[in-house]
Write a protein that binds this ligand. Structure first.
Ligand code: TYM
Length: 340
């Protein structure tokens, strides 16, 4: 139950900045479900991260609830794991400020994700987009997370979190646990269906580039059928020369557990068309139970409200211990008792 201190702690989150998609499932959510067995897990919907780029308020609120339901529908057990919305626990913002004051401009300017996202924002880039890794570090360090399961694109943010934690500990004495990242063996970086040289992204303007977890079966089949392929017909794994089919092989392997060699042998002489038909079917079958559970949960507003309140209370209780310690360490006067 959430507060079980005998197991190592794990935290992860996703931004409600688009439709949760198959890259998020392969890169993170599937591991989240699996790791519940061995870790004391906290999973948050990081709505505060989402506003680093413009969001439509109504849609942000809807998506935050959709994400929470999708976590549960995919197999996160709210009794065992702490599931919550980031903005419900104000200690995230508070610690982000403290950590931001111990993070260097040079470190933040090196973040690839900042450079990529800033490039798409035109001239009014929000300062929050630049500061974002300090908030992510706060999410992780607040709960003393030992492990953070993420996709490959979060590698740099995790390294920065470790650096900032170590710096703070050196300056003020042992305060934060230095976390380890955890990447899936297969599927840490799923590529776009329309451009296999760029990462599949839920915030892409082109919905054909990704499979959303809530896409209806026919849409899934059609998106896979229309996914770009390389010249040639052979189903063989070669990310350099055949990035498109290699990506579709990674997708299959992530769900079936087959090796690339097994997939190649199974499709020898069959061509891309047959391969894509089968892949579409696999994805439809994998997503069907998640979609079914999602629909049931999403309509049950009373249960959702209760789960959100319980998750927030549990997270809040745990976060408070760390924030008070960090405040003491840096020399803030103790908070008057009624404000604790
Ligand atoms: P976000 O919301 O972009 O993505 C959520 C998770 O999905 C993984 N992912 C992918 N994995 C494989 N292939 C892809 N194409 C792909 N796209 C995304 C991401 O690596 C991530 O694990 N900054 C984070 C959210 C965050 C967070 C945290 C994560 C905020 N605070 C604390 C861990 C711990 C983000 O933007 O992920």
């Amino acid at each position: 139950m959430g507060d079980d201190r005998t197991m190592p702690v794990l935290l992860s989150g996703m931004q409600p900045s688009g439709d949760l998609m198959i890259g998020n499932l392969c890169g993170a959510l599937r591991n989240w479900v699996k790791l519940q067995e061995e870790y004391d897990c906290l999973y948050c919907v990081v709505d505060m991260h989402a506003i680093t780029v413009p969001q439509e308020p109504k849609l942000l609120r809807k998506r935050s609830l959709d994400f929470l339901c999708l976590y549960l529908a995919a197999g996160i057990d709210p009794e065992r794991s702490t599931v919550f919305v980031q903005s419900h626990v104000s200690a995230h913002a508070e610690l982000a400020w403290i950590l931001g004051c111990h993070t260097y401009m040079g470190e933040l300017s090196r973040m690839t994700q900042y450079k990529e996202k800033a490039g798409k924002q035109g001239k009014n880039i929000r300062a929050g987009l630049f500061f974002y890794p300090a908030l992510m570090a706060a999410d992780i360090l607040l709960y003393g997370a030992n492990l953070v399961p993420v996709g490959d694109d979060q590698r740099q943010h995790l390294e920065l979190t470790r650096d900032v934690a170590q710096r703070f500990n050196r300056m003020y004495g042992e305060t934060f646990v230095v976390p380890e990242p955890y990447f899936p063996e297969v599927g840490a970086r799923i590529m776009s269906l329309t451009d296999p040289t760029s990462k599949m992204s839920k915030s892409s303007d082109n919905p054909k580039s990704y499979i959303a977890l809530l896409d209806p079966p026919d849409v899934i089949r059609s998106k896979i059928r229309k996914a770009v392929t390389d010249s040639g017909t052979e189903v063989a794994f070669d990310p350099e020369r055949r990035p498109a089919i290699s990506n579709l092989m990674v997708l299959r392997s992530a769900f079936t557990g087959e090796s690339m060699e097994e997939i190649r042998e199974a499709y020898a002489g069959k061509g891309y068309g047959a391969y894509k038909e089968d892949l579409g079917e696999i994805l439809v079958q994998e997503l069907a139970p998640i979609q079914q559970r999602f629909r049931e949960l999403r309509e049950d507003k009373a249960t959702l409200d209760r789960l959100m309140a319980e998750g927030a209370a549990r997270a809040e209780r745990r976060a408070r211990k760390t924030i008070e310690k960090a405040r003491r360490r840096i020399g803030f006067p103790a908070r008057p008792v009624k404000h604790r």
